[in-house]
Design a protein around this ligand. Structure first.
Ligand SMILES: Nc1ncnc2c1ncn2[C@@H]1O[C@H](COP(=O)(O)OP(=O)(O)O)[C@@H](O)[C@H]1O
Ligand SMILES: [Mg+2]
Length: 232
């Protein structure tokens, strides 16, 4: 369903992603791991169309989207929760959710919101409050809920647990797993929290200096592997 072949991405003359490939079929959770600055976010932005690839190709659902614009990829069903949970702080929780539902007709919005909020009971009491007053964990949930409002065929999350309290982190893992089970969609998650990664992942890739240096199924993500490639 999603296949990236030998993608390269550069900022000016500086190549940050150097020939990474990725193939995801069915409702699995694929982890993209690695230390800060190795190119994880850059790679994700090239998949969603925020950055162009300067080599390689990207296929989604049978069509070549290598040169498609970000909004076209989004319309095809690729949803993204950016690093740093970029919700709109001055808009209410409900308005933030509305932003995620632009592809839906207005009549469907309330029903869709109701469906999505069943996964996020923490948000329901705050619908009329400004997003900016929510806790970090609630803002992250809002960012995820907003992405789900578009009924994505694949969801990409960039460090969803960064700066979130440990007791909330596992709650987020469980929400994502429940949603995935209901909708049968793949997830790609950039992550540095190993505990979370092991709870939710099926397969992983570790990136170093813009290249994939290790891939495997989640039980191959041992403490030795983590010590060698991920831990500081
Ligand atoms: N907009 C940008 N312009 C120039 N260099 C950038 C830009 N964004 C990121 N970089 C550089 O690209 C490298 C990879 O960054 P990034 O993809 O954000 O890494 P990660 O997500 O793995 O922490 C880093 O060296 C970073 O400084
Ligand atoms: Mg990043």
């Amino acid at each position: 369903m999603l296949e990236v072949k030998d993608a390269c991405v550069s900022y000016g003359k500086s190549r940050v992603v150097n020939g990474i490939s990725l193939k995801i079929d069915g409702a699995e959770t694929f982890l993209v791991l690695g230390r800060n600055g190795v190119g994880k976010t850059t790679f994700m932005k090239s998949i969603i169309g925020l950055l162009p690839v300067d080599c390689g190709s990207i296929n989604f659902d049978g069509s070549d989207i290598t040169k498609s614009r970000a909004y076209e990829r989004s319309q095809k069903g690729i949803a993204y929760v950016p690093q740093g949970r970029e919700i709109i702080p001055m808009l209410t929780v409900k308005e933030n959710l509305q932003l995620g539902a632009v592809a839906h007709k207005k009549v469907q919005f309330e029903a869709k919101m109701k469906e999505i909020l069943e996964y996020f009971p923490d948000l329901t009491p705050h619908l009329r409050r400004k997003g900016g007053v929510l806790s970090g964990g609630q803002q992250q949930q809002l960012a995820i809920a907003r992405a789900l409002m578009s009924d994505p065929k694949i969801l990409i999350l960039d460090e969803p647990t960064e700066g979130i309290q440990p007791n909330i982190v596992m709650g987020i893992a469980d929400i994502l797993k429940r949603y995935q089970k209901a909708k049968n969609i793949p997830l790609i998650i950039v992550e540095q929290n190993l505990h979370f990664a092991r709870r939710i992942g099926d397969r992983f890739m570790i990136i170093q200096k813009g290249r994939s240096v290790k891939e495997g199924s989640i039980d191959e993500l041992t403490d030795e592997v983590s010590a060698k490639y991920i831990s500081v």
